[in-house]
Design a protein around this ligand. Sequence first.
Ligand code: AMP
Ligand code: ZN
Length: 139
Amino acid sequence: MDCIFCKIVAGQIPCHKLYEDARTLAFLDIGPVSRGHALVLPRAHAVMLDELGADDATAIGQALVKVGRAIVRAVGAEAWNVLQNNGEMAGQLVPHVHFHIVPRFNGDGFSYRWNPRKLSDDDAAALKDAIARELGSRQ
Ligand code: AMP
Ligand code: ZN
């Protein structure tokens, strides 16, 4: 498979490894948006987050907390973001699930646009209904 992150997982391409366990790997991002910017990913190939099985999802959640805590302390960050892009339209460049850990510092120059609108009661009801059907549950 022609996936750059699978090649890193397989050791065919080098990385600045921070952490690994049976299901996950974390390494420094090669194009950091802040000092300590790192990626956490499942070893198993999946493109989007919703393709992950329960075991990989659990392992990724635990690795994010563990690695995020270590990075933030190591670089002395005041705050941090966890970012995760699914699909090209959402800004995903590498089609292998990964989470960005982005330590934040005063004046780091990193930003993204958040453009909130108003949630109507009608749409909230429609959304809850549609999503509950997908979840196989009723609220
Ligand atoms: P995304 O847009 O969420 O798919 O982010 C992909 C990220 O992977 C970018 O921040 C890149 O800098 C990073 N990246 C791409 N290739 C490598 C690599 N070989 N080693 C480390 N990070 C990489
Ligand atoms: Zn892959």
